[in-house]
Design a protein around this ligand. Structure first.
Ligand SMILES: Cc1cc2nc3c(=O)[nH]c(=O)nc-3n(C[C@H](O)[C@H](O)[C@H](O)COP(=O)(O)OP(=O)(O)OC[C@H]3O[C@@H](n4cnc5c(N)ncnc54)[C@H](O)[C@@H]3O)c2cc1C
Length: 500
């Protein structure tokens, strides 16, 4: 029997895990915009949240009182109960089984001296349940481990997916720019969109440079439904090392390990703002940090109570040293908030099926409803792992093959010329209109400004990747702005200041 031809767009944890569960059972190609290592997944520091099954607990390890129900409750509470409960239950129940499977295949998570999983704590979690690897290198170690398992996958690195090939309302493949920047099409029985979020729509972001909302724009142009696009997560603590230093993330696990948010006078800024203090949900902490910075304060993470900072967070410590930013003497790290994660995305069912036949979506690009109005820390890797397995199972069980011929498909050339703002102007305008605090009037002005440009369809003759990214970002920004205007009350990460 011929194997299904599956094309996966994106090499992060979601796309790679789909490939893992298809290994040897489907003919899989992964298209990725840069190197296979270029993804947000590789940057993940804190870890993956999971209530591990009793079977994985080491002999002699006492069972913590943590249970799946507690993880579900924490996820719903952080998400302000806007989450889809069934999706949360599925992720919390099935995610640990995928993690156990990876451990059985040889994935190494950090353990205590007596062999127990060394579980960490992060904001809005009521229990220590964060598995981590290499201290703060969880994403890199986990994603690399999954990549190493993919012996049969064909890789198309430096290949930029442009649009889906559509025929009769079905997806039959993908058009893309290859490594030599030539336009190509690849035919597939099933396409899996795993292209991540939208970080570079904003001036300050924790995201990898390849994360520019391309997959969301492809889905919009193909007519897919997107949901909850008003909900963007801004992380409270990106490094604020001055203009010349890239603002890497200072993981929430640092606060979980005892760091506190203070101003230049050592005033603890979370006191009186949340009963959970520095470990309040991210939307709450980001708003407070933003407010303090707007009021003229410099905000720091005071790490004086974090034991062995350099051993616990080796990548962060190395980065600070490389950039001559003292933390060892001052015991402080300057921080600012920045765009981190998209809670909304392409609407899918629990198996990743979108509204278009033969198109699946998974990971940050997908909307499964697990995150609600604000994602709980370390639930994103868990979502990627658990839903990726379901996507692979659905692909293998859906017996209907695509009707496309496996000859080269032609994409009808569009003669539409694009007229775009500069990237710098776009991210400035977006940051002003759609940031941590939003005003309806500013959003309306932003939409009026966007309407002066032409970005709805890609010019099929354009091979300038920067331009294509900018067009994609404009389309996604318009969708977010409209979603934000429709939502007239503040909820979670969508925080509105009412008009005077
Ligand atoms: C700094 C940082 C730290 C984080 N820490 C944690 C953490 O500790 N725990 C946690 O749970 N979550 C964390 N997150 C969030 C989490 O890492 C991401 O949400 C998750 O990894 C997303 O996985 P993904 O596979 O969906 O997308 P990604 O890992 O972002 O992968 C997307 C892939 O698609 C590719 N791509 C994009 N556009 C195109 C295109 N047009 N053509 C071809 N390829 C394309 C990208 O290059 C990339 O390979 C963190 C995020 C960041 C940025």
């Amino acid at each position: 029997m011929t194997m299904k031809k599956v094309v996966i767009i994106g090499s992060g944890i979601a796309g790679a895990t789909v490939a893992l569960y298809l290994e040897g059972q489907a003919d899989v190609t992964i298209i990725c915009k840069g190197k296979r290592q270029d993804s947000n997944s590789m940057l993940a520091q804190g870890g993956v949240a999971a209530v591990m099954p009793a079977s994985c607990v080491q002999k002699g390890q006492e069972l913590d009182s943590d249970q799946e129900a507690c993880h579900v409750a924490d996820t719903l509470s952080a998400g302000v109960f806007h989450n889809q409960i069934k999706a949360v239950e599925k992720m919390v129940h099935e995610g640990p089984q995928v993690i156990q499977d990876l451990i059985d295949r040889g994935m190494i998570f950090d353990r205590t001296a007596d062999g127990r999983l060394d579980l960490g704590l992060e904001g809005a979690h009521t229990h220590k349940r964060i598995l981590h690897a290499g201290g703060d290198q969880t994403g890199c170690q986990l994603t690399s481990f999954v990549h190493e398992q993919l012996a049969k996958v064909k890789w198309l690195p430096y290949s930029f997916a442009l649009d889906f090939v559509l025929e009769g309302g079905q997806v039959h493949g993908v058009s893309y720019l290859d490594a030599a920047n030539q336009r190509q099409t690849i035919v597939a029985d099933e396409v899996v969109l795993a292209s991540g979020g939208i970080g570079h729509l904003f001036q300050d972001t924790s995201n990898h440079a390849t994360i520019t909302g391309d997959g969301l724009a492809m889905a919009l142009r193909a007519g897919c439904e997107l949901s909850d696009m008003a909900f963007l997560q801004f992380h409270p603590s990106l490094l604020d090392g001055g203009e010349k230093v890239h603002p890497i993330l200072i993981s929430e696990a640092v606060r979980g390990a005892g760091a506190r948010l203070v101003d230049e006078q050592d005033r603890r800024i979370m006191v009186g703002r949340s009963s959970k203090l520095d470990l309040a949900p991210r939307d709450v902490v980001s708003r407070v940090v933003n407010e303090e910075i707007q009021a003229g304060h410099q905000i720091y993470l005071d790490i004086s109570d974090v034991a062995n900072f350099s051993q616990q967070f080796p990548s962060i410590a190395d980065y600070l040293r490389q950039n001559d930013l003292d933390f060892e003497t001052s015991q402080r790290i300057p921080i600012k908030p920045g765009m981190h994660f998209l809670m909304g995305g392409v609407k899918t069912d629990f198996s990743g099926r979108t509204g278009l036949d033969h198109l699946y979506a998974v990971g940050e690009v997908a909307f499964t409803g697990v995150h609600g109005a604000n994602r709980l820390a370390s639930n994103s890797l868990l979502e990627g792992l658990s839903f990726a397995k379901s996507v692979a199972e659905a692909i293998l069980s859906d017996t209907e093959m695509s009707s496309a011929s496996h000859q080269e498909l032609q994409v009808a050339p569009s003669t539409m010329e694009m007229f775009l703002p500069s990237r710098a102007e776009l991210v400035k305008q977006t940051s002003d209109a759609l940031g941590i605090v939003r005003r309806p009037e500013t959003i309306r002005q932003f939409l009026t400004w966007l309407a002066t440009f032409n970005y709805q369809r890609l010019d099929q003759t354009c091979t300038d990747r920067q331009q294509i990214e900018t067009a994609n970002l404009c389309l996604v920004a318009e969708t977010i702005a409209n979603a934000a205007l429709t939502r007239t009350e503040s909820l979670g990460a969508h925080y509105l200041l009412s008009e005077e």
